[in-house]
Design a protein. Structure first.
Length: 337
């Protein structure tokens, strides 16, 4: 029997830690190293588990993540940090393997990996290949605006938005980080290679998760000889990598791909668009119901965490008529249902 990979999640009770735990739970090739609620902040216990693991995920605030890294004594341990603490730090691989062969190599061989920020992922996806391909000059004054749900802001913000008696103002989208000090700006500039940090306008909205990011460009300020058609051709041939790639010619196709969770690319001046299958729908790790075995047809059932069950329904019902309403039960447990 092959040896199991030992994984420790430092910060397993937070939103990110819980999601990572859900992904790994039940895997036969992985051993999750548990920590009790009473000892989850105990430095000695965390140090023991970090150095006992093969891989440690840091799902912590920046200062706590730095502290955890300082506890590493076992040189074989791989650290994957989800905070902003190490994303631009020397010696850390930026966890975006699709950017280039060098990024993939650094992630594969490195022992220190920084997970990209959500907004930064969208921004870098657009800007990095344009600069790397010589289409966009490094001194271009880039601006971007973005919409996102409230879950990425953490447990406190989730509680505020999902409270029964909340402020009416939360119904509307809200701008923030108006002083241009958003925590993702450093990686946005460094990873893309821009001379200056972009002007960034993020907006938080009244839905759980999902993100849209847009960067407008003046075509006469692009590198010499660039047209929307040339940019489109270059993006499809040299930039984006997706095994499931479709051309969009009609509104019906656009609607169908959007409701199937595809990433949609439009370039102003180019007719139609392109869809990229990057959904990551759960496959096997979704368990078969033991009490009601199905002899024919799908073996999947509603035996998974709530979000995965919702994903399986959406996967089969690609309609905007399908809507989910969540509520909480229990005065103390506040279980989401």
């Amino acid at each position: 029997m092959s040896k199991k990979t030992k994984i420790f999640i430092d910060g397993s009770e937070g939103t990110t830690g819980l999601r990572i735990h859900e992904r790994f739970e039940g895997r036969e090739d992985i051993e999750l190293l548990p920590v009790s609620s009473e000892l989850r902040k105990d430095v000695k216990e965390r140090k023991r588990l970090i150095n006992e693991s093969d891989i440690t995920f840091l799902c912590l605030p920046d200062d706590a993540a730095r502290e955890s890294v300082s506890l590493v004594e076992n040189e074989a341990v791989k650290i994957i940090d989800t905070s902003t603490a190490h994303r631009t730090k020397e010696g850390w691989a930026y966890g975006f393997p699709e950017l280039s062969k060098i990024h993939r190599k650094n992630i594969k061989e490195g022992k220190r990996i920084a997970v990209p920020g959500c907004y930064a992922t969208g921004f870098i996806t657009i800007i990095y290949p344009l600069i790397a391909g010589g289409l966009l000059p490094k001194d271009y004054p880039v601006s971007a605006f973005a919409l996102s749900g409230y879950s990425g802001a953490g447990k406190k913000t989730i509680a505020v938005y999902e409270a029964k008696e909340r402020e009416k103002e939360l119904d509307a989208p809200r701008e923030y980080a108006l002083t241009q000090k958003h925590k993702h700006l450093k990686e946005m500039q460094k990873i893309t290679g821009l001379d200056k940090a972009p002007l960034f306008s993020p907006i938080i909205c009244d839905y759980y998760n999902g993100m849209l990011l847009t960067t407008p460009f003046y075509t006469d300020m692009l590198s010499d000889g660039q047209t929307p058609e040339k940019i489109h051709e270059w993006v499809l041939s040299d930039s984006l990598m997706a095994p499931d790639q479709k051309e969009i010619k009609t509104y019906f196709e656009l609607y169908r791909f959007m409701m199937s969770g595809f990433v949609i690319l439009f370039i102003d001046g180019v007719p139609g668009g392109d869809a990229f299958g990057l959904q990551g729908f759960p496959g096997r790790s979704v368990g078969e119901p033991e009490g009601e075995t199905n002899m024919r047809g799908s073996r999947e059932g509603f035996t998974e965490p709530l979000k995965i069950n919702m994903t399986m329904v959406r996967r089969r019902m690609k309609s905007d008529c399908l809507k989910f309403e969540s509520f909480q039960v229990g005065e103390k447990s506040r279980t989401e249902g």
